[in-house]
Design a protein around this ligand. Structure first.
Ligand code: ASP
Length: 431
């Protein structure tokens, strides 16, 4: 059985078991202690840590290979600029579509604030935009690596790799070692992915035992519009871009991205999904390491289409609930702010709400209103993260196509890069 199918089956099983526990066993201490907060919690947390463990070394080695593989600083700048502009474009179109659809459907128009239970929402302090730019440069690269600060790691690694090229022949052994280390890390990804079905199962079972689907009902108008726009963006905007700007088959792309989307859905983190995205983009879609190694981690940090969709719908929803008229200038500010906020915030679970608080502060919407949507945010976070990573891979594919750094043979081969069984080489082949 194919790995993706296996993961999908375990994911649905986890979802079903979690929902059953939520309905029938939410106050059975034994189930809660030994399964929800015991087995599922431990397995799920171990799985997320395993994925996160891969991110920093994989991005570092892969980026060194990528930059040295491009070997041309001008091309590097071009790939960077193209991907940055496309990331901004997809995020801006996602939120514009969201605001547009939400204004037509008008969720929250007859929402009765008095009937809802209020939970407090503490808005975290947003860093000023100037700081976001200053923070691109790590004052201490070791700290950047230790914290997993992706933009700082990208900055330092690119500079480092460019300088390897600058020292000429003497840099060759470093490039060779980075290539080998990258190969090893890719293999570690495959090994970790072989236990993915159980990790995904545990994450799903835990989340759905705690998050009953019943939470959605009072918020159905908001929830429904977010899901609708996520689907429109995923199957509309992104696929049109792939078809016309990337000149590749959107169906083949979606087929090969399914595994990545499941990982993003179950971990709610674009960052933790980087290893899986990187592997899929290179091995399944055929994008050259020189493009993928840079655009994928860059996208995981600065590109958040799904999150932008949530922000667009949430803005209209809260404005409706509180009867506030934002007007065109207000909505344009929301769009601009959401795009800027996505640059400075990493793709980790729940960060979307923090970004929303920044946006609300800017346009003067009540930040406490965010408390209303917090209950359903966990589930929406999963869905929007799946859209976020699809956006990252879409842009990577389009940029690669424009740079002629994608193997169309691999892209069009349905089985390319499918995960094989993990086994140790035979005795004779071992070193
Ligand atoms: N969890 C999302 C991501 O990692 C960010 C968010 O919308 O909260 O991409």
């Amino acid at each position: 059985m194919k790995m993706t199918t296996k993961i999908l089956i375990w994911m649905v099983a986890g979802l079903a078991l979690g929902s059953v526990i939520n309905v029938f066993a939410s106050d059975v201490a034994f189930v809660q202690d030994y399964f929800v907060n015991g087995l599922f919690h431990v397995l799920g947390a171990i799985f997320i840590s395993l994925l996160k463990m891969l991110v920093v070394p994989l991005v570092t080695f892969s980026l060194i290979c990528g930059v040295c593989g491009i070997g041309d600083i001008k091309k590097l700048g071009r790939v960077g600029l193209k991907s940055f502009l496309l990331f901004m474009f997809t995020t801006a179109s996602a939120i514009t579509l969201a605001v547009f659809v939400a204004m037509i459907v008008a969720p929250g128009k007859d929402f009765d604030l008095a009937t809802t239970e209020q939970i407090a929402f503490e808005a975290p302090e947003a860093p000023p935009l100037t700081q976001v730019f200053i923070d691109l440069i790590p004052s201490n690269p070791v700290a950047a690596y230790a914290d997993g600060n992706m933009l700082q790691i990208i900055f330092f690694t690119i500079l480092f790799a460019v300088c390897i090229l600058m020292i000429g022949e003497r840099g060759r052994p470093i490039i060779d070692s980075a290539e080998r280390l990258n190969e090893v890390m890719m293999r570690v990804v495959t090994v970790v992915m072989s236990i993915a079905p159980y990790g995904v199962f545990a994450l799903m079972a835990k989340t759905f035992s705690l998050q009953g689907l019943g939470l959605i009902l009072p918020m159905i108008s908001y929830f429904g519009v977010v899901v609708l726009v996520l689907l429109l963006h995923l199957t509309g905007t992104l696929m049109l871009l792939l078809k016309f700007a990337g000149r590749v088959s959107p169906l083949m792309f979606l087929k090969k991205m399914r595994g990545v989307q499941i990982f993003a859905f179950s971990t709610s983190s674009s960052n933790a999904t980087i290893p899986v995205t990187l592997r899929a983009v290179e091995k399944r879609l055929g994008v050259d390491n020189s493009t993928a190694s840079f655009v994928v981690p860059f996208g995981a940090t600065i590109n958040m289409d799904g999150t932008a969709v949530m922000q667009g719908v949430a803005t209209v929803f809260i404005a409706n609930v509180y009867g506030i008229e934002l007007g065109l200038p207000g909505y344009l500010t929301v769009i601009g702010m959401a795009v800027l906020a996505s640059i400075g915030t990493a793709g980790v679970p729940g960060v979307g709400l923090i970004m929303l608080a920044m946006v609300f502060n800017q346009v003067g919407l009540p930040v406490e209103g965010i408390a209303l949507i917090m209950g359903v945010d966990r589930l929406l976070d999963m869905m929007r993260t799946a859209v976020n990573v699809t956006g990252d891979a879409t842009v990577t594919t389009i940029v690669a196509r424009s740079e002629d750094s994608i193997s169309m043979g691999t892209f069009n081969d349905p089985d390319a890069g499918a995960i094989e069984d993990v086994h140790l080489p035979s005795k004779e082949m071992r070193v």
